[in-house]
Ligand binder design. Structure first.
Ligand code: GLU
Length: 420
């Protein structure tokens, strides 16, 4: 199993990062071994009746990295390239993210290898419900709480809530987060990740002594995270010059209007053809001059090929794992890019998921203003702690963020001891 996992490039990358941090922290072998490997790797086959009458079998995964500090927490993604190793890597990153943010969770992640863009809503509903049924015995409010990720939305969470609650014979909103608000979802959850990215970008600008008003940004990805990052950054008076998604990339040096772009994407399905911008090559877009570059799509897009050519002051990692270790070394060597590492940069989502779970358990709800204010307080605290840690230990932001998370998990494992 270990070899199988390590052969996956994304897991290999997460494991390499872990080893580097474990060396830095001087973790003893006994704790290191327990922290590195996932506790449960669940694979299920999911037969679904397609609209044309065929039956198609999909494969779904859920990896629970560890349950030492509470239930596991993390998203469920629908994407054609989903693999067990990738899901295991994403679960490991969720661990360090939750620990870094001080949330009482371990890390988890799920995925189904499918292309939601090519499926009807009916097919997606049957697939989601079948997954919730198959995985039902392994999840629960105190065991594993799922949430949206790439390719899934509040609607998918509502189907999981319904399937799980039907199974239990009672309404169990606390089994899932990122739900629609009318089903006890939290105010502010939809925009939480993008909002957090934009907020942290302002903190980084501040550290660099650069003004927020008029700062320029480039965003790769216009899904839930990217679109709200664009919207919030524009709201702060920044100019988002470039945006890309699967349909292509668009560029307007004077800034792209966030709401007009959202309306265009709702109508056409992608950013390409937005009337108030020119087309640009998506790879070239990443290398344009800007204050803040935001990769908000998939893993491993900043590589040794483009890291040396980046012309941003701040790299705000809204996606999980967008920068390869080789690119990391190049960026560290350059020394001119302020990195906001993924485990902090996109932690707004899981933080508001935690708020949602807490509200559900209390059968009480907070206003959007309360939620976003509490989110900013938590992100700011984690950001300042990271700055202090890196200053004190003379290390880069990625190492510092992972070390903070891994150190807490390691201490918990050590204190709890090994049973039997
Ligand atoms: N999928 C998001 C992430 O990668 C959110 C997870 C959650 O809210 O539990 O952080």
């Amino acid at each position: 199993m270990k070899e199988d996992l390590l052969q996956d490039p994304v897991f290999g990358m997460a494991a390499e990062q872990f080893d580097r941090v474990a060396d830095f922290l001087g973790l003893e072998q006994r704790v290191r071994e327990r922290c590195k490997w996932p506790k449960r790797l669940i694979t299920v086959s999911l037969p679904v009746t397609m609209d044309d009458g065929r039956t198609e079998v999909f494969f779904g995964y859920r990896v629970q990295h560890h349950l030492s500090r509470g239930p596991v927490k993390g998203g469920l993604r629908f994407h054609p390239s989903v693999k067990l190793g990738e899901v295991a890597a994403l679960a490991m990153w969720m661990n360090w993210k939750c620990a870094l943010m001080g949330l009482p969770y371990g890390g988890g992640k799920g995925g189904i290898a499918c292309d939601p863009r090519a499926m009807s809503m009916g097919e997606q509903e049957r697939l989601t419900r079948r997954f919730a049924q198959e995985i039902g015995q392994f999840i629960g409010p105190e065991v594993d709480v799922m949430a949206p990720d790439v390719g899934t939305t509040a609607q998918h969470m509502a189907w999981i809530l319904d399937t799980y609650s039907t199974r239990e014979g009672r309404f169990v909103p606390e089994v899932i987060t990122g739900k629609p608000v009318e089903l006890q979802g939290s105010e502010g959850r939809t925009q939480a990740t993008g909002h957090g990215v934009a907020f942290l970008a302002t903190r980084a600008l501040n550290k660099l002594g650069l003004p927020v008003l008029g700062a320029s940004a480039v965003v790769q990805g216009f899904g839930n995270v990217g679109s709200y990052a664009v919207e919030t950054m524009s709201g702060y008076g920044m100019h988002v010059r470039g945006v890309s998604d699967l349909s292509g990339a668009i560029w307007n040096k004077a800034g792209i209007d966030a709401l007009d772009l959202r309306a265009h994407v709702a109508k056409t399905g992608g950013v390409a053809g937005f009337p108030d911008a020119e087309a640009i090559d998506p790879d070239e877009m990443l290398e344009q001059e800007c204050d803040i570059l935001v990769p908000a799509a998939m893993e491993r897009v900043i590589t040794e090929k483009n890291a040396g050519n980046l012309k941003c002051r701040i790299l705000a990692e809204a996606a999980n794992g967008p920068t390869t270790p080789e690119a990391d070394s190049i960026i560290e060597e350059r020394g001119d890019i302020f990195l906001i590492p993924d485990v902090l940069c996109n932690a707004g989502g899981v933080t508001v998921s935690y708020f949602e779970w807490v509200q559900n358990l209390q059968r009480f709800s907070w206003t959007k203003l309360e939620v976003l204010a509490k989110l900013e307080t938590k992100l700011n605290e984690a950001f300042e702690n990271l700055m202090d840690f890196c200053e004190e230990r003379k290390c880069g932001h990625r190492l510092g963020a992972l070390a903070t998370g891994i150190d807490l998990v390691a201490r918990v494992k050590k204190t709890r001891g090994l049973f039997p």
